[in-house]
Design a protein around this ligand. Structure first.
Ligand code: ADP
Ligand code: MG
Length: 566
């Protein structure tokens, strides 16, 4: 049995597995390592995942969805064509595609996986991730946090000394800083901090803004298609700054091809504000972990956005030391998830380690506070498990009745950092009957237990009688019962998945459609003619001819695009 490791990313997802030589990335049906976390439905109602879906998102935004990991664990739905999907269902479609890629590559059925999640993922988000696995036919018996996975990929668990590292993960739309300590065979996440709305995409957005400003345009005047095309161009220009000192951003807007030359220097100036925003979470993580920068032995760079040299330089300067990029920042999390999968299989190549994590938010309850004139004011937050406490953790607090003959103690379960309960996130509640007595005579012990998978159990015991009530927090997560999961699974299984053998062809057509939109004049007619010619060849089902035409078409598209597809 092989258990695979999966990085289910906001922007891109990857699969890896363990071999004698270490973890290895499994390529997808297009032979690529990265599968964009994008889902699209085509005109035949067939599901497409990855790069094809990403191309289609430009031409068919109403039939496509992306960045759904952001809404994981919430009830937000995405409409694709006539169908509605929850974030975990779209994630399930991505996982299903990855599972099939792995099965195809390894020639084995795959039914178990380790999936990585951000360290700050709440209980509801972790459960939704597990459910996504279930919906895809994968048993996810272990979630690993992304920074822990990165550390495993770097082999931190094979070092003997006490090692403290900082993981700097700048993905597409999120920025996460984690401080880990590996000590006596235990990996501990000491602190997590981040910015949920800062990532590589913001660095692309800056280029878009510069372009629009130069041409006196504003975002609102562009339709969705045009904006997506411009975005793709900006993404390309951004990447070109890795090698070139200047880039030309071109896009057809309102029937006219507009272009703008930007130098690397101008770009660097324009992203100063974004770079500065990277500092605060680093400082917060250091202070929460009570560590100083000079106590950190290594800095691991994770996330595709770190491929931008200007970000890498900024980070090196910020830390005053070199950050590790030996392992491709795109791939490091998936590789680490595969290491974790191997550890679970008790592969002989590893010594046993225990992984621990932290609870990313403060978990607490609501209490009433006695005011100056003796009356009580309700709605005050009372922390029970403080944020960045190492998990698994179990803590107990005793609370007393505040009225004579109080019948019930209401225990609200909340998550957050605010002083007042109303500003924190409500997770659930328990109402516990207590025997009538004078105020302050009766009490309950409230025990919060947060386990290694980030699942919270709350148990309330009436001190005088020993009566217990407990709840596993499922307020946000539990909107799907077992029956519902199987019902959803059925409806997902009715979805036609586009056959993987045809992915290359489908991608080419999707790219052609995008190029058609992107260009104007006679070249469009040429693109339309080429697509329809290719479709005719596909109908004939002669594999050789298909391949020949495909290669030729790819060349033509590369010329029109002025680059290889990326
Ligand atoms: P996530 O963890 O959100 O799935 P990734 O780690 O895959 O994201 O990072 C995606 C981000 O990396 C995107 O914003 C993309 O623009 C950026 N990126 C990928 N490759 C490069 C590159 N060569 N140069 C600059 N940015 C890049
Ligand atoms: Mg990532």
């Amino acid at each position: 049995m092989i258990r695979i490791g999966i990085d289910l990313g906001t922007t891109n997802s990857l699969i890896a597995y363990w071999t004698e030589e270490g973890p290895v990335i499994i390529p997808n049906s297009l032979g690529e390592h990265l599968t964009p976390s994008v889902v699209s439905i085509d005109d035949n109602g067939e599901i497409l995942v990855g790069k094809i879906a990403k191309e289609r998102q430009i031409t068919h935004p109403e039939l496509s969805a992306s960045v759904f990991k952001r809404a994981m664990g919430s009830k937000k739905t995405y409409k694709l064509g006539g169908k509605e999907f929850l974030p975990e269902e779209l994630s399930a479609l991505v996982l299903k595609a990855l599972k099939e890629d792995a099965e195809h590559y390894l020639g084995l059925p795959i039914s178990e996986a380790v999936v990585s999640v951000p360290a700050y993922f709440s209980d509801a988000q972790r459960k939704a991730t597990k459910r996504a696995g279930e919906l895809a036919g994968l048993k996810v018996d272990r979630l690993v946090t992304e920074p822990t996975a990165a550390a495993l990929a770097y082999g931190i668990h094979n070092t003997d000394a006490d090692t403290k590292i900082l993981v700097f993960d700048l993905g597409g739309g999120t920025f996460d800083v984690s401080i880990l300590e590996f000590f006596d065979g235990i990996m501990e996440v000491r602190a997590v901090a981040g910015d949920n709305y800062l990532g590589g995409e913001d660095f692309t957005e800056v280029l878009i803004d510069m372009f629009l400003k130069h041409h006196g345009l504003n975002k609102e005047s562009l339709d969705e298609n045009t904006y997506s095309l411009l975005r793709k161009e900006a993404e390309f220009s951004k990447r070109s700054f890795s090698e070139d000192k200047a880039a030309t951003l071109k896009c057809a807007i309102h029937g006219e091809i507009l272009s703008y030359d930007i130098t690397a220097e101008e770009y660097e100036k324009a992203v100063k504000g974004l770079l500065n925003r990277l500092k605060e979470p680093v400082e917060r993580a250091l202070s929460d972990s009570q560590l100083k920068l000079n106590e950190i032995e290594a800095i691991l760079m994770v996330g595709g956005a770190n491929k931008l040299p200007l970000i890498r330089h900024f980070v090196s300067k910020l830390f005053g030391k070199f950050a590790y990029v030996n392992i491709n920042p795109d791939e490091v999390v998936a590789l680490g998830a595969a290491v974790q999968a191997a550890l679970m299989g008790k592969n002989a190549a590893f010594k046993e380690i225990i992984l621990t994590d932290v609870c990313p938010y403060t978990l607490g309850t609501t209490v009433s506070v006695k005011k100056a004139y003796g009356h009580y004011e309700s709605g005050h937050f009372f922390p029970i498990i403080e944020r960045n406490t190492t998990i698994p953790v179990s803590k107990v607090e005793r609370l007393y009745t505040i009225y004579d003959n109080q019948k019930v103690i209401n225990v609200e379960i909340l998550q957050g950092e605010s002083r007042l309960s109303k500003d924190n996130i409500y997770l659930g509640e328990l109402n516990v009957p207590v025997p009538p007595a004078a105020s302050g005579e009766e009490a309950v012990d409230i025990r919060y237990t947060y386990d290694i998978n980030g699942i919270l159990e709350v148990e309330v015991t009436v001190v005088s009688t020993g009566a217990k009530r407990s709840i596993i927090i499922e307020k946000n997560a539990g909107h799907m019962s077992k029956e519902e999961i199987s019902k959803r699974m059925k409806s997902l299984s009715y979805l036609k998945i586009h056959p993987r053998e045809n992915h290359e062809n489908k991608l080419l057509i999707a790219r052609g459609e995008r190029l058609y939109q992107e260009n104007l004049g006679p070249i469009r007619h040429e693109i339309a003619r080429l697509i329809s010619e290719f479709e005719d060849v596909l109908e004939k089902q002669d594999l050789r001819e298909i391949q020949d035409t495909r290669n030729k078409l790819k060349e033509v598209f590369n010329t029109i695009d002025n680059r290889e597809d990326f």
